[in-house]
Design a protein around this ligand. Structure first.
Ligand code: HEM
Length: 175
């Protein structure tokens, strides 16, 4: 989990920067300064004329890779809870969808619906990576662990845990 902690927080930070740059690209109207896909007019060389959009694409490529690596490590981990694995699969799918959508935004010349979908999917992606971070830092725990915590607090009530968070009170020592 130590590696996943670092990896997921770095991915979340990269995603935050990317979404902020995306907002700037949109608000300042420089979305079509790189009118081609996948590379800008000067290939891999950044130029002043399209610097912001160039950064948006390069950081998107790096972040995409980070999300996929985070998903691979989460799925490989024996200790990662099921919710964390599901969040990582959604994040992996969302990042592939988001990069495809980014290409469509360019090809369709900033079609309003596509740009809106691009923003929405970006938010879903951010939420999923945030969940992975919370799980890896133990700030979000599987339901059976939450039930254990309730039991450990005492109060004389013994709670029997069942799979998928069904709670059965089997003994109330106060009665
Ligand atoms: C993980 C990948 C990506 C994320 C999270 C992301 C996120 C965003 C966000 C949040 C915006 C602002 C949307 C708005 O304010 O309405 C944006 C704008 C934009 N993105 Fe991305 N993006 C990603 C990848 C890409 C890629 C690969 C391209 C490809 C060229 C791209 C092209 C654009 C363009 C052109 C805009 C500006 C749209 C406009 O002018 O209204 N994005 N992006």
């Amino acid at each position: 989990m130590a590696l996943l902690k670092t990896l997921s927080i770095v991915t979340l930070f990269a995603l935050f920067v990317l979404i902020s740059i995306g907002g700037y690209v949109s608000a300042s109207g420089v979305g079509l300064t790189c009118p081609e896909w996948p590379l800008c007019p000067a290939g891999l060389v950044p130029m002043n004329e399209f610097l912001i959009e160039y950064f948006h694409r390069s950081i998107a490529a790096t972040t995409g890779l980070l999300v996929i690596i985070t998903m691979a490590f989460t799925l490989k981990s024996k200790t990662a809870p099921r919710g964390m694995k599901i969040a990582s699969i959604i994040a992996g799918s969302a990042v592939v969808g988001q990069i495809t959508l980014g290409a469509l935004v360019i090809v369709e010349r900033l079609h309003a619906i596509l740009v809106t979908a691009h923003l929405g999917l970006g938010l879903v992606l951010f939420a999923m990576v945030l969940m992975i971070v919370l799980y890896s830092y133990g700030l979000l725990s599987p339901s059976h662990k939450r039930l254990s915590a309730i039991r450990d607090k005492g109060s004389g009530v013994v709670i029997e845990e069942e799979e998928h968070a069904n709670v059965k009170i089997v003994n109330d020592s106060n009665s």
